[in-house]
Design a protein around this ligand. Structure first.
Ligand SMILES: *Cc1c(COP(=O)(O)O)cnc(C)c1O
Length: 433
C-alpha cells in the first residue's frame, strides 16, 4: 500500500512572528494627512488591543491561547499529503507535497485567523464584529468563528456576489452571521450609492468602507480583516509550523515552497516558518514562490511604494507592491486574488530577494486545477489552483533536468462553491482577460 498521508502530530502552541527576523525593519503605516507613522492608539478605534500589540510586536514566538487551540482542534492539524498520483501522471522525479487547508469547516485557511481574532475581541469586551466579503470566503470564516465566542457578526457582502452566490450567504447565516448586501442604506458610505441605485452592484472597496464606518462609530463594535495585516499572517503560521514538523517526521525538507497570493496570508502562513530558516542563513537555496493571476499581477508588475489599503482611501498608507488603489481587476473566478496590493511583510521579503513571484493566466490555472482533481481527487479553489499550476511547472522542469526536487504547496481551499466556474471551463467558455 502506498502512503499518501504524512504523520499528524500536535497543533503548534505558538505562532511564529517573522518581523524580528527581517534584515531591516518594515516601514510603518503612515497617516495620509500628516505623513507621520500612525500611532497604535489610532488603530484601537477599530481593532482590540491584543491584536494591535501583535501587529507591532517584535517578539519571535507568541503563545496561542488555549481557547483558540480548542476551536482549531476541530480540524487541525490539517493533513499533509504526498501527491503521488500527480507525480506519476506528470512522470516527474520531483516529490510533490501539499498542505490541505481545505478540510476546515468553512473550506479554507481563513478560519485560522478568524478564530484568533474572535477570541481577542471577546476578551476585550467587544460584542459585535463587522467585516466585508466578496465571494464570501472571509465572511463565512468569520461567521463560523464568532459564534463560538458569542460575538455578533455583520458581513457587508458585495451585492453582485450576494445575488449570484447564494450558497456562501447561506453558510454565513447558518453560522449566525448577518449578511447585508452592500452598498446598504445603513452607513453614510453605503447610502451615497444606495440612494442613487438600490440595486447598485457594489465593490469590495465600498463594503470595506461600510464595515469600517460602522466599527468606528459604535462602541460595542470592532472591525476584522482577513488578510494583509501582520497579525493575520502571524495567525496563519500554524500552517507552515505543522507542515515543517510533518515533513521532518517523514524525512523531507522542501526545495521549493509555493503559495497563491491574494493579500498574502495563506502564502505567508505556509512559507514563513521555512523562510525563517533562510533568513537565519540555514537554507540559502530554499526557493519560495508567490503565485498570482496575470489579471492582478501585484508583485510581478506593481510598484513598491506607499498606497492606500482600500479603494476609497480610509486606511493608513501602507508600503507595499501595488497596482494603485483605484485599480479594478477584471472579474476572474479566483475572487480572493483580486487585491491591488499585498501584505507589507510579503512585499518586504520580495523586495529583499527572499521570495520569487510568477503570474499565470486563468485558463492555464483551471487546466492545472482539473489535472489535480483528476489525479488527487480534491476539487481545488480557483485561488489555490494558482499554486498547483506553479507546482506542476516546477515538477515538469525537474523532468527535463532530472532533479529530484521536493516541492511543497498550499492547498488553501476547496472549490465546491466555485462549480459554476468549473462548469464554464469544462464547456470551453472560460476566457483570459
Ligand atoms: C481568500 C483566499 C485566498 C487569498 O487570500 P490570501 O490572504 O492571499 O491567502 C487564497 N485561497 C483561498 C482558498 C481563499 O479563500
Amino acid at each position: 500500500m502506498r502512503k499518501f498521508l504524512l504523520p499528524e502530530g500536535e497543533i503548534p502552541r505558538k505562532w511564529l512572528n517573522i518581523a524580528p527576523l527581517l534584515p531591516e525593519p518594515l516601514e510603518p503605516p503612515l497617516d495620509p494627512e500628516t505623513k507621520e507613522p500612525v500611532s497604535p492608539e489610532k488603530l484601537l478605534v477599530i481593532f482590540p488591543e491584543p491584536l494591535v500589540m501583535q501587529e507591532v510586536s517584535d517578539q519571535e514566538w507568541i503563545d496561542i491561547p488555549e481557547e483558540v487551540l480548542d476551536i482549531l482542534s476541530l480540524w487541525r492539524p490539517t493533513p499533509l499529503h504526498r501527491a503521488k498520483n500527480l507525480e506519476e501522471f506528470l512522470g516527474t522525479p520531483a516529490k510533490i507535497f501539499y498542505k490541505n487547508e481545505s478540510v476546515s469547516p468553512p473550506g479554507s485557511h481563513k478560519p485560522n485567523t478568524a478564530v484568533a481574532q474572535a477570541y481577542y475581541n471577546k476578551i476585550s469586551g467587544v460584542k459585535r464584529l463587522t467585516t466585508e466579503t466578496g465571494a464570501g470566503q472571509w465572511g463565512s470564516a468569520l461567521s463560523f468563528a464568532t459564534q463560538f465566542f458569542g460575538i455578533e457578526c455583520r458581513v457587508y457582502m458585495v451585492r453582485v456576489s450576494y445575488n449570484q452566490k447564494p450558497y456562501r450567504r447561506v453558510l454565513m447565516e447558518t453560522w449566525k452571521g448577518e449578511v447585508i448586501p452592500s452598498p446598504s442604506p445603513y452607513t453614510n458610505a453605503g447610502k451615497q450609492f444606495y440612494e442613487k441605485d438600490p440595486e447598485h452592484p457594489g465593490s469590495l472597496g465600498i463594503a470595506i468602507s461600510e464595515a469600517i464606518e460602522e466599527a468606528a462609530t459604535r462602541d460595542d463594535t470592532k472591525y476584522s480583516l482577513g488578510s494583509v495585516l501582520n497579525h493575520v499572517l502571524l495567525h496563519q503560521t500554524v500552517i507552515g509550523l505543522e507542515a515543517k514538523r510533518q515533513m521532518e517526521e517523514a524525512g523531507f525538507y522542501p526545495d521549493v515552497v509555493i503559495g497563491a497570493v491574494g493579500g498574502g496570508s495563506n502564502f505567508a502562513g505556509l512559507s514563513f516558518p521555512f523562510l525563517a530558516d533562510k533568513l537565519r542563513g540555514d537554507k540559502p537555496n530554499l526557493k519560495v514562490l508567490a503565485v498570482e493571476p496575470q489579471a492582478c499581477p501585484t508583485l510581478t508588475k506593481g510598484e513598491y511604494r506607499y498606497d492606500f489599503g482600500d479603494t476609497v482611501g480610509l486606511t493608513p498608507l501602507i508600503k507595499m507592491y501595488t497596482l494603485g488603489h483605484d485599480f479594478v481587476p477584471p472579474p476572474i473566478h479566483a475572487g480572493g486574488l483580486r487585491y491591488h496590493g499585498d501584505a507589507p511583510l510579503v512585499c518586504k521579503l520580495y523586495d529583499l530577494g527572499y521570495i520569487d513571484a510568477v503570474a499565470y493566466k486563468q485558463t492555464e490555472v483551471f487546466e492545472a486545477a482539473v489535472t489535480f482533481a483528476r489525479t488527487e481527487g480534491i476539487i481545488p479553489a480557483p485561488e489555490s489552483s494558482h499554486a498547483i499550476k506553479a507546482a506542476i511547472d516546477e515538477a515538469i522542469r525537474c523532468k527535463e533536468t532530472g532533479e529530484e526536487k521536493v516541492i511543497l504547496f498550499n492547498l488553501s481551499g476547496h472549490g465546491y462553491f466555485d462549480l459554476s466556474a468549473y462548469d464554464k471551463y469544462l464547456r470551453g467558455e472560460l476566457e483570459d482577460s
